[in-house]
Design a protein around this ligand. Sequence first.
Ligand code: HEM
Ligand code: ZN
Length: 179
Amino acid sequence: MRGVIFRGLEELVVEAIGMQAWDELLEAHAPEGRVYVSPTSYPDAELFALAQGVADKLNKPLTDVLAIFGQSLFGFLAEKHKGISSKFASFEELVLSIDSVIHMEVKKLYDEPNLPSIAAIVKDDKTIVLEYCSNRKLCFCAEGLLYGAAQFYSRKLKIEHPQCMHSGAKHCVLILHLD
Ligand code: HEM
Ligand code: ZN
């Protein structure tokens, strides 16, 4: 995972529980002297260990922490890459462009990024069905990112997650219900 994602986690942790907590997490779960540089890749296992460390500190399930992280990560990525995030007039437009535009642009900016595959199908004007697939199985983080995007466009969103890679499915199904 790119440094930019770790920096997003750092921002959230520092805001929520303070710099000392982040330093403790780094000490426990990262090699000594680790500094995350946005375009550089770091082991996925390190991100999961840090997220698990946050979950332990807050006494919350890892899935909750990944969802909260995803939600704050959206604002962080959108702000960092305004050129990409400002292309979309609506939540729907953005969601339908995750693979074809957003992550395509990410591929131009970062050398060989590890991205999920996210297919979107519009069911009706209030419902979009997403199929998420990635060997990192970060579907809870994807849910959070989607909630963050809904917040960005001041939209009310509910997500159903009836099929999940964590239960052995080939891909996750996320049903987005908009108001
Ligand atoms: C990685 C989903 C919007 C840039 C990821 C990952 C997920 C995801 C789940 C983790 C990797 C994986 O699952 O395999 C989404 C969703 C979005 C969204 C659902 C919108 C609702 C954005 C935006 C940007 C962005 C707006 C920036 C312009 C990235 C980058 C990575 C990433 C840089 C890391 C790539 C790497 O570590 O190599 N995205 N994303 N995403 N996304 Fe997105
Ligand atoms: Zn899932």
